[in-house]
Design a protein around this ligand. Structure first.
Ligand SMILES: O=C(O)CCC(=O)C(=O)O
Length: 280
Protein backbone atom coordinates (compact mmCIF):
# COMPACT_ATOMS: atom_id res chain seq x y z
CA UNK A 1 0.00 0.00 0.00
CA UNK A 2 1.37 3.41 -0.97
CA UNK A 3 0.39 5.96 1.64
CA UNK A 4 2.03 8.80 3.51
CA UNK A 5 -0.14 8.15 6.53
CA UNK A 6 1.71 7.67 9.82
CA UNK A 7 1.48 4.06 10.95
CA UNK A 8 4.22 3.72 13.57
CA UNK A 9 5.28 5.85 16.51
CA UNK A 10 7.73 6.04 19.38
CA UNK A 11 6.19 6.17 22.84
CA UNK A 12 6.33 9.53 24.69
CA UNK A 13 8.84 7.85 27.06
CA UNK A 14 11.12 6.93 24.14
CA UNK A 15 10.97 10.50 22.79
CA UNK A 16 11.76 11.88 26.25
CA UNK A 17 14.65 9.41 26.63
CA UNK A 18 16.13 10.56 23.30
CA UNK A 19 15.76 14.25 24.24
CA UNK A 20 17.51 13.67 27.58
CA UNK A 21 20.17 11.17 26.53
CA UNK A 22 20.79 11.88 22.85
CA UNK A 23 20.32 8.24 21.87
CA UNK A 24 17.68 5.51 21.83
CA UNK A 25 17.61 1.76 21.31
CA UNK A 26 14.41 0.71 19.52
CA UNK A 27 13.83 -3.03 19.77
CA UNK A 28 12.56 -5.26 16.94
CA UNK A 29 11.85 -2.56 14.36
CA UNK A 30 12.51 -5.28 11.77
CA UNK A 31 12.01 -9.03 12.19
CA UNK A 32 14.91 -11.42 12.65
CA UNK A 33 14.02 -12.96 9.26
CA UNK A 34 14.23 -9.56 7.55
CA UNK A 35 17.52 -8.85 9.32
CA UNK A 36 18.87 -12.20 8.13
CA UNK A 37 17.88 -11.36 4.53
CA UNK A 38 19.58 -7.94 4.81
CA UNK A 39 22.65 -9.55 6.33
CA UNK A 40 22.95 -11.88 3.35
CA UNK A 41 22.54 -8.93 0.95
CA UNK A 42 25.19 -7.00 2.89
CA UNK A 43 27.75 -9.81 2.87
CA UNK A 44 27.11 -10.55 -0.82
CA UNK A 45 27.64 -6.85 -1.62
CA UNK A 46 30.87 -6.63 0.37
CA UNK A 47 32.05 -9.82 -1.38
CA UNK A 48 31.33 -8.26 -4.81
CA UNK A 49 33.15 -5.07 -3.86
CA UNK A 50 36.13 -6.97 -2.44
CA UNK A 51 36.47 -8.86 -5.74
CA UNK A 52 36.73 -5.55 -7.59
CA UNK A 53 38.65 -3.40 -5.10
CA UNK A 54 40.23 -6.06 -2.78
CA UNK A 55 39.52 -6.17 0.96
CA UNK A 56 42.16 -3.50 1.50
CA UNK A 57 40.35 -1.23 -0.95
CA UNK A 58 37.15 -1.35 1.11
CA UNK A 59 38.77 -1.27 4.54
CA UNK A 60 37.57 1.93 6.25
CA UNK A 61 39.39 1.53 9.57
CA UNK A 62 40.31 4.90 11.02
CA UNK A 63 44.01 5.59 11.55
CA UNK A 64 43.13 6.61 15.10
CA UNK A 65 41.75 3.10 15.80
CA UNK A 66 45.42 2.18 16.28
CA UNK A 67 45.33 4.27 19.48
CA UNK A 68 42.83 1.73 20.83
CA UNK A 69 44.14 -1.63 19.62
CA UNK A 70 47.38 -3.20 18.32
CA UNK A 71 45.52 -6.33 17.18
CA UNK A 72 44.94 -6.96 13.48
CA UNK A 73 41.89 -4.83 12.69
CA UNK A 74 39.64 -4.32 9.70
CA UNK A 75 36.36 -2.54 8.92
CA UNK A 76 34.69 -3.58 5.67
CA UNK A 77 32.62 -0.76 4.33
CA UNK A 78 30.35 0.49 1.55
CA UNK A 79 29.08 4.06 1.35
CA UNK A 80 25.54 4.52 0.04
CA UNK A 81 24.71 0.83 -0.17
CA UNK A 82 21.33 1.70 -1.76
CA UNK A 83 23.19 2.15 -5.06
CA UNK A 84 24.24 -1.48 -4.97
CA UNK A 85 21.11 -3.30 -3.81
CA UNK A 86 17.45 -2.34 -3.80
CA UNK A 87 17.13 -4.10 -0.44
CA UNK A 88 18.81 -1.11 1.22
CA UNK A 89 16.74 1.41 -0.76
CA UNK A 90 13.57 -0.28 0.52
CA UNK A 91 14.96 -0.37 4.04
CA UNK A 92 15.67 3.35 4.31
CA UNK A 93 12.15 4.18 3.09
CA UNK A 94 10.41 1.73 5.39
CA UNK A 95 7.78 3.53 7.53
CA UNK A 96 8.64 1.33 10.53
CA UNK A 97 11.87 3.31 10.55
CA UNK A 98 10.89 6.69 9.11
CA UNK A 99 7.63 7.12 11.08
CA UNK A 100 9.62 6.67 14.28
CA UNK A 101 12.39 9.03 13.18
CA UNK A 102 9.65 11.60 12.44
CA UNK A 103 8.86 11.66 16.17
CA UNK A 104 12.41 12.91 16.76
CA UNK A 105 13.14 15.33 13.90
CA UNK A 106 9.77 16.16 12.37
CA UNK A 107 7.53 14.82 9.63
CA UNK A 108 9.91 15.60 6.76
CA UNK A 109 13.03 13.45 6.59
CA UNK A 110 15.86 13.80 4.13
CA UNK A 111 18.70 11.37 3.47
CA UNK A 112 22.28 12.51 4.03
CA UNK A 113 24.05 9.21 3.33
CA UNK A 114 24.22 5.54 4.34
CA UNK A 115 27.17 3.41 5.44
CA UNK A 116 27.28 -0.37 5.49
CA UNK A 117 29.79 -1.77 7.95
CA UNK A 118 30.97 -5.30 8.53
CA UNK A 119 33.25 -5.72 11.51
CA UNK A 120 34.85 -9.06 10.69
CA UNK A 121 35.13 -11.77 13.39
CA UNK A 122 38.11 -11.54 15.76
CA UNK A 123 39.50 -8.39 14.10
CA UNK A 124 36.58 -5.96 13.62
CA UNK A 125 38.06 -2.49 14.05
CA UNK A 126 36.97 -0.06 16.77
CA UNK A 127 35.77 3.54 16.37
CA UNK A 128 37.42 6.00 18.77
CA UNK A 129 34.93 8.29 20.53
CA UNK A 130 33.63 11.18 18.44
CA UNK A 131 30.65 13.28 17.45
CA UNK A 132 29.50 13.04 13.83
CA UNK A 133 29.01 16.83 13.78
CA UNK A 134 32.51 17.77 12.51
CA UNK A 135 32.05 15.64 9.39
CA UNK A 136 28.96 17.52 8.21
CA UNK A 137 27.98 20.47 10.42
CA UNK A 138 24.43 21.78 10.05
CA UNK A 139 22.54 24.78 11.38
CA UNK A 140 19.80 23.27 13.51
CA UNK A 141 21.41 20.01 14.65
CA UNK A 142 18.50 17.79 13.60
CA UNK A 143 20.95 15.33 12.00
CA UNK A 144 20.85 11.84 13.47
CA UNK A 145 22.04 8.34 12.66
CA UNK A 146 19.92 5.19 12.78
CA UNK A 147 22.01 2.03 12.91
CA UNK A 148 19.98 -0.95 11.72
CA UNK A 149 21.40 -4.21 13.08
CA UNK A 150 21.45 -7.16 10.70
CA UNK A 151 22.87 -9.53 13.33
CA UNK A 152 23.21 -9.50 17.10
CA UNK A 153 25.74 -6.99 18.43
CA UNK A 154 26.62 -7.86 22.02
CA UNK A 155 29.51 -6.05 23.75
CA UNK A 156 32.12 -8.57 22.54
CA UNK A 157 31.16 -7.87 18.92
CA UNK A 158 32.07 -4.21 19.34
CA UNK A 159 28.59 -2.77 19.79
CA UNK A 160 27.96 0.98 19.68
CA UNK A 161 28.84 2.86 22.91
CA UNK A 162 27.52 6.31 23.78
CA UNK A 163 27.99 9.05 26.37
CA UNK A 164 24.41 9.74 27.53
CA UNK A 165 23.50 13.43 27.54
CA UNK A 166 26.66 14.48 25.68
CA UNK A 167 24.58 16.00 22.84
CA UNK A 168 23.85 18.84 25.27
CA UNK A 169 27.54 19.83 25.24
CA UNK A 170 27.19 21.11 21.67
CA UNK A 171 29.98 20.80 19.10
CA UNK A 172 33.36 19.82 20.59
CA UNK A 173 36.80 20.25 19.12
CA UNK A 174 38.00 17.12 17.31
CA UNK A 175 41.34 15.96 16.01
CA UNK A 176 41.09 15.59 12.21
CA UNK A 177 44.15 13.31 12.15
CA UNK A 178 43.15 9.68 11.62
CA UNK A 179 39.39 10.30 11.41
CA UNK A 180 38.06 13.30 13.36
CA UNK A 181 38.08 11.81 16.83
CA UNK A 182 38.15 13.12 20.39
CA UNK A 183 41.39 12.78 22.40
CA UNK A 184 41.49 9.09 23.35
CA UNK A 185 42.93 9.79 26.82
CA UNK A 186 40.13 12.24 27.69
CA UNK A 187 37.35 10.19 26.09
CA UNK A 188 38.25 6.49 26.56
CA UNK A 189 35.82 3.97 25.12
CA UNK A 190 35.52 2.44 28.58
CA UNK A 191 33.85 5.62 29.88
CA UNK A 192 30.93 5.18 27.46
CA UNK A 193 27.76 3.13 27.93
CA UNK A 194 27.56 0.07 25.64
CA UNK A 195 24.30 -0.28 23.71
CA UNK A 196 24.13 -3.98 22.84
CA UNK A 197 21.50 -4.71 20.21
CA UNK A 198 19.93 -7.69 18.51
CA UNK A 199 19.18 -8.42 14.85
CA UNK A 200 16.31 -6.15 13.76
CA UNK A 201 16.95 -3.49 16.44
CA UNK A 202 17.78 0.11 15.60
CA UNK A 203 20.11 2.36 17.61
CA UNK A 204 19.45 6.06 17.01
CA UNK A 205 21.75 8.92 18.09
CA UNK A 206 22.15 12.63 17.44
CA UNK A 207 25.19 13.78 15.46
CA UNK A 208 26.18 15.66 18.64
CA UNK A 209 26.13 12.56 20.85
CA UNK A 210 29.62 11.31 21.66
CA UNK A 211 29.88 7.70 20.54
CA UNK A 212 32.30 5.02 19.41
CA UNK A 213 32.58 1.24 19.44
CA UNK A 214 35.00 -1.46 20.46
CA UNK A 215 36.85 -4.26 18.69
CA UNK A 216 34.86 -7.27 17.50
CA UNK A 217 36.64 -10.04 19.37
CA UNK A 218 33.85 -12.59 18.81
CA UNK A 219 33.74 -15.39 16.27
CA UNK A 220 30.97 -13.75 14.20
CA UNK A 221 30.85 -10.66 12.00
CA UNK A 222 28.91 -7.58 13.16
CA UNK A 223 26.81 -6.28 10.26
CA UNK A 224 25.00 -2.91 10.29
CA UNK A 225 23.66 -0.19 8.03
CA UNK A 226 23.94 3.38 9.34
CA UNK A 227 21.39 5.79 7.83
CA UNK A 228 22.17 9.48 8.40
CA UNK A 229 19.11 11.75 8.15
CA UNK A 230 18.04 15.36 8.72
CA UNK A 231 15.12 17.72 8.53
CA UNK A 232 15.35 19.15 4.96
CA UNK A 233 15.24 22.73 6.29
CA UNK A 234 18.33 22.07 8.42
CA UNK A 235 21.08 23.34 6.13
CA UNK A 236 24.75 22.43 6.03
CA UNK A 237 27.11 25.21 7.12
CA UNK A 238 30.12 23.73 5.36
CA UNK A 239 30.36 22.43 1.83
CA UNK A 240 31.56 18.96 2.70
CA UNK A 241 30.70 15.24 2.76
CA UNK A 242 28.61 15.44 -0.40
CA UNK A 243 27.53 12.23 -2.03
CA UNK A 244 25.38 10.90 -4.84
CA UNK A 245 21.72 10.82 -3.89
CA UNK A 246 22.11 13.11 -0.90
CA UNK A 247 18.86 14.98 -0.34
CA UNK A 248 16.46 12.19 -1.36
CA UNK A 249 13.28 12.50 0.68
CA UNK A 250 12.69 9.42 2.84
CA UNK A 251 9.45 10.72 4.32
CA UNK A 252 7.18 13.74 3.79
CA UNK A 253 8.18 16.66 1.57
CA UNK A 254 10.92 19.23 1.15
CA UNK A 255 8.99 22.42 1.96
CA UNK A 256 11.72 24.55 0.33
CA UNK A 257 11.55 22.71 -3.01
CA UNK A 258 15.33 22.59 -2.78
CA UNK A 259 16.25 20.38 -5.75
CA UNK A 260 16.99 21.78 -9.18
CA UNK A 261 16.26 19.55 -12.19
CA UNK A 262 19.87 18.52 -12.72
CA UNK A 263 21.81 19.70 -9.71
CA UNK A 264 23.89 17.56 -7.45
CA UNK A 265 23.38 17.20 -3.74
CA UNK A 266 24.49 20.64 -2.61
CA UNK A 267 21.49 22.32 -1.05
CA UNK A 268 20.14 25.56 -2.48
CA UNK A 269 21.14 27.24 0.76
CA UNK A 270 24.80 26.34 0.39
CA UNK A 271 24.78 27.27 -3.32
CA UNK A 272 23.35 30.67 -2.49
CA UNK A 273 26.12 31.27 0.02
CA UNK A 274 28.85 29.48 -1.86
CA UNK A 275 31.19 32.44 -1.73
CA UNK A 276 30.95 32.62 2.09
CA UNK A 277 30.66 28.90 2.75
CA UNK A 278 33.72 27.12 3.99
CA UNK A 279 34.78 24.53 1.45
CA UNK A 280 36.75 21.51 2.65
O1 LIG B 1 29.20 1.29 13.69
C1 LIG B 1 29.83 1.67 14.67
O2 LIG B 1 30.29 0.90 15.50
C2 LIG B 1 30.05 3.14 14.90
C3 LIG B 1 29.95 3.92 13.64
C4 LIG B 1 30.32 5.33 13.82
O3 LIG B 1 30.64 5.78 14.90
C5 LIG B 1 30.29 6.25 12.70
O4 LIG B 1 30.18 5.81 11.55
O5 LIG B 1 30.38 7.47 12.95
Amino acid sequence: MLSGQKQYALTPEQVEFYRENGYLLVKSVFTREEAQYLREEAHALIHRLAEVYSENGINAMWGSAREITDLPAQLLHCHNAQYHSAAFARLMLDPRLTDRIADLIGENIQLHHTKLFIKPPEKGAPFPMHQDYPYFPHEKHTMLAAIVHFDDAPIEKGCVCVVPGSHKLGPLEHNPEGGWHLPVDQYPLESAVPVPAEAGDVVIFSYLTIHGSGVNTSKEARTTLLIQMRDPTDHPTVLTHLSRGQGIMLRGIDPEADAGPSTDSISRYVRSRQSEAVIR
